[in-house]
Design a protein around this ligand. Structure first.
Ligand code: 6LW
Length: 516
């Protein structure tokens, strides 16, 4: 009996393991602790770092790039900034290797603790995306990276990032477009080169090759791809676009893959709004044999497999009272924030956001904080007071996919009156879907989501009696419509819409509840 219950306790988990916009995961282990990083594009701080004991339950412990000197994002277009990172550990130091596509190219940073602080970037003058570092047994350091023709490996100096030799084109993949996301592992005397192919959309995949020599020639696994849903078995799955994987070995010797994929709003209906998320699957990797991801490379939301001993973290509060010294790690700014536009102390227990002239449609340091939408089903609400606003100035809550695709629930001044507007921006289509007058500049805003629809409502700050303003389709701010690499963020913002600064928004609390 005891044995049976132990097996049950350790069997199964739910995918994705990091929900909402968390693409391009890379993982490493030190002792009993796993660490994971995902990409973050135009958001600041950059590259969230998570930890776990079981690969299933992850807790964010910091960000790699917390200073503007490390992460210049000025005028980074939506989905510019930081592309796919790698996370590695060597001789007492953690390494994050990444690309700022709109601010300096390839670099790596080091830290003694993965929670930070991280060093200033060491820049590497190789033009590409998706870099990794591989340390060979000969003591040399190699930069492993994407290239249009295939994966390239180049010796570098670890201290300075200086390129020490020629670039070697080692493998073009199996013929899918965009061979990228390379990671090298040494096992049983082979160098295994794991890559992503097919582009980070519905044809995405992970493929693998191996060689007795780091610089090749590489032999492709006859069973490639080892992970893909762009096939008959995957066509009706609620999970699509799996690929871009990284392997890690647990203390018990088992191998695991973390990788990206996305949950579509409905099987066979090809829209996704939550961005690319981080998934987990077991890897069988026999001695001298090829690795198999969950058997045939097909992944489920409910994974009925043996796991490591599960160690969940305490659940987070769903209501943020803004009564702490700092914002929680879930909050992100857009580009390099003007930090004086934000205060948690000016009105204790409230977040003050000073309106900037920039609007959400610009690729600027908009006055905004946002957190990921992590489930299709959610309720987000906040209490807002707008102070010192002139006509046309506003603050509110936004579902932000990018600067050209978002839905705003805005409290706005109109001459002597205040109104709440439900505003739609879908590329060149922009309109006010609904406008209602409110008696004063204090209002509660609420957004409820399902896979298909967002519903918007408002209430006075002293009542729970919400008035519905309307529904909008989720698909128009999906990645399929909006483009790019991110997912929907639920944001709080303030803007003077081009006027001089002066208006301030006070958010008393923010609540976010989900149903999986
Ligand atoms: C990333 C590339 C990709 O650098 O999308 O999944 C790019 N594939 O590997 C941005 O996430």
């Amino acid at each position: 009996f005891w044995g049976i219950s132990l097996v049950f306790a350790q069997a199964g988990y739910k995918n994705p393991v990091l929900r909402g916009f968390n693409p391009d995961p890379s993982v490493c282990r030190v002792g009993d602790d796993f660490y994971l990083v995902t990409s973050s594009f135009e958001y600041f701080p950059g590259l969230p770092i998570y930890t776990s004991k079981d690969l299933i339950h992850w807790k964010q412990i910091g960000h790699c790039l917390t200073r503007e000197s490390q992460l210049p994002l000025k005028n980074a277009y939506s989905s510019g900034g930081l592309f796919a990172p790698s996370l590695r550990y060597k001789d007492g130091l953690f390494y994050v290797i990444c690309t700022n596509v709109t601010g300096g190219g390839n670099f790596y940073c080091t830290a003694k603790s993965p929670a930070g602080p991280w060093s200033e970037p060491i820049w590497v003058s190789i033009e590409s995306i998706d870099p990794d570092i591989f340390w060979d047994d000969d003591g040399k350091t190699y930069f492993v990276t994407q290239g249009n023709e295939g994966i390239r490996i180049t010796e570098i100096d670890l201290k300075t990032g200086k390129v020490l030799g020629p670039e070697h084109l080692v493998w073009g993949g199996t013929g899918g477009r965009f061979p990228e996301a390379p990671h090298v592992y040494k096992k049983d005397g082979y160098y295994y080169l794991l890559i992503g192919e097919g582009g980070t959309e519905y044809a995405h995949s992970a493929t693998i090759a191996r060689s007795r020599h780091l610089l090749g020639p590489y032999e492709s696994n006859p069973a490639n791809p080892i992970l893909a849903h762009g096939n008959r078995k995957g066509q009706g799955s609620p999970i699509q676009a799996v690929g871009h994987a990284d392997f890690v070995q647990a203390p018990d010797g088992t191998y695991w893959a973390v990788f990206l994929g996305f949950r579509v709003t409905q099987p066979y209906a090809y829209y996704h709004i939550l961005g690319r998320e981080t998934f987990l699957a077991p890897v069988a990797w026999p001695k001298n044999g090829w690795p198999q991801v969950n058997g045939d490379g097909i992944i489920n939301l409910d994974m009925e497999v043996p796991t490591l001993t599960q160690k969940p973290w305490p659940t987070e509060e769903s209501k943020v009272e803004f009564d702490k010294e700092k914002l929680g790690l879930e909050w992100q700014y857009l580009r390099n924030p003007d930090i004086k536009n934000y205060s948690l102390t000016e009105r204790p227990g409230s977040l003050r956001i000073s309106a900037s002239p920039f609007t959400l449609s610009q690729t600027e340091a908009v006055s905004f904080i946002g957190r990921r939408q992590t489930e299709h089903q959610f309720t987000a609400s906040t209490a807002l007071e707008l102070v010192g606003a002139k006509t046309n100035e506003e603050a509110g809550m936004v579902l932000y996919q990018n600067n050209t695709h978002h839905y705003q629930l805005a409290l706005s001044r109109k001459n002597q009156r205040y109104v709440v507007q439900l505003k739609v921006k879908v590329g060149s289509l922009a309109y006010v879907a609904k406008e209602v007058q409110v008696p004063n500049p204090k209002v509660k805003l609420k957004i409820e989501g399902t896979a298909q629809q967002y519903s918007f409502s408002i209430a006075g700050t002293d009542t729970e009696n919400y008035q519905a303003l309307g529904n909008l389709d989720t698909r128009y701010i999906s990645t399929e419509v909006a483009g790019g690499f991110t997912g929907v963020m639920i944001g709080l913002y303030a803007t003077t819409n081009g006027n001089k600064p002066g208006a301030k928004a006070y958010f008393d609390w923010f609540s976010y509840q989900t149903e999986p």
